[in-house]
Design a binder for this molecule. Structure first.
Ligand SMILES: Nc1ncnc2c1ncn2[C@@H]1O[C@H](COP(=O)(O)OP(=O)(O)OP(=O)(O)O)[C@@H](O)[C@H]1O
Length: 320
């Protein structure tokens, strides 16, 4: 068996929130026993409503946050044993907001070259060549290299962010809602660009979105998250054809407005998205589940294999 590129084992993350000056901080479980693997060159999609823990997971995998418990293993070694430089070279981010993540006082060329500069890769001339090649691959015109990011459109800025993420040759790119802030007309272009770059560079991606149709387009395998837990995982094609968890089925059948802003979509479910500080008993989805039975309020389901070893779901009464 080949070693996965990245493995997360039983990640738990708790934030402590203080309500009121004198009150004791109360725990909010943002991640609850999340495990995953990403293989070389593979795209793993993570989907779920706002607040389900997607960005917390991304930040932990990027090393921007330390999990309360659990392990992250990169190419068979715990990430804690990696020097920061090596980890940053192996795993690069592309965030949602291309406006906030690009320093407007730098030129596009310097922005793309930043990882090469920080990690002292290549001579000045080699860096320039790499940046020019990368800019061409992401479809930026040559004249954009001397521009400030403020002079570019949202789609072009995201191309800069993607070029910067890929220029140092990472093995994994973590894309957190990379097209949610863009105009509908450019979203598909950026998604297809990421697919082309994956094919060309054999780079793996963790692709986070609240929109299941984006995940369907992008991901080889996918995980559905709800209130910090994984409720279904498996091949994207199989899950779309026959979702096992009622939450996945609701997400699949909901109609997303193409220009929704990444907030909580209207899934037509009874009840609101629950408060993560006051988790429902039994199955955490049961208060909103269209097919819940009495046992669902009292018995907690665990993520278990179904169909074959590649699929898992956490439902007492799976649909398929
Ligand atoms: N720094 C923080 N301090 C306290 N609570 C946090 C913090 N970051 C996230 N949370 C809480 O943790 C839970 C998971 O948040 P997270 O941002 O990871 O979810 P998400 O699925 O990425 O949502 P979104 O798409 O809105 O970013 C939420 O209840 C959120 O309010």
């Amino acid at each position: 068996m080949t070693t996965p590129l990245l493995e997360a084992r039983d990640l738990n993350h708790v934030y402590f929130l203080r309500h009121g000056f004198l009150k004791q901080p109360a725990p909010l479980r943002a991640l609850n026993g999340v495990s995953l693997t990403i293989n070389e060159g593979e795209i793993l999609g993570i989907v779920g409503e706002s607040g389900c823990g997607k960005s917390t997971l991304a930040r932990i995998l990027l090393g921007l946050e330390t999990p309360t418990s659990g392990d992250v293993i990169l190419e068979g070694r715990p990430v804690s044993s990696y020097p920061q430089r090596e980890r940053a070279l192996a795993v690069q981010p592309v965030f949602q907001d291309p406006y906030g993540s690009l320093n407007p006082s730098m030129s596009v060329e310097d922005l793309i070259a930043l990882p090469l500069h920080v990690h002292k890769i290549g001579s000045r001339q080699e860096r320039q060549q790499k940046v020019a090649r990368m800019a061409e691959q992401v479809g930026l015109p040559r004249r954009a290299l001397s521009a400030s990011p403020n002079q570019l459109s949202g789609g072009q800025r995201q191309r800069v962010a993607i070029a910067r993420a890929l220029v140092s040759g990472p093995r994994l790119v973590i894309c957190d809602e990379p097209t949610s802030a863009l105009d509908v007309s450019v979203q598909a272009q950026i998604l297809n660009l990421l697919l082309d770059l994956r094919a060309e560079h054999r780079v793996a991606m963790l692709f986070i979105s609240h929109n299941l149709s984006v995940i369907e387009h992008m991901a080889d395998r996918m995980m559905v998250m709800y209130l910090g837990r994984v409720v279904e995982a498996g091949s994207t094609q199989q899950i779309f054809a026959a979702p096992a968890h009622p939450y996945t089925a609701v997400l699949r059948d909901s109609v997303f407005s193409p220009d929704d802003d990444g907030g909580v979509p209207d899934l037509g479910l009874r009840g609101n998205f629950p408060n993560a500080m006051n988790m429902p008993s039994g199955c955490v989805f049961h208060p909103r589940c269209p097919v819940a039975r009495p046992e669902c309020a009292t018995t907690e389901p665990f993520l278990t294999q179904a169909h074959d070893a590649s699929r898992q779901n956490a439902c007492l009464f799976p649909l398929n």
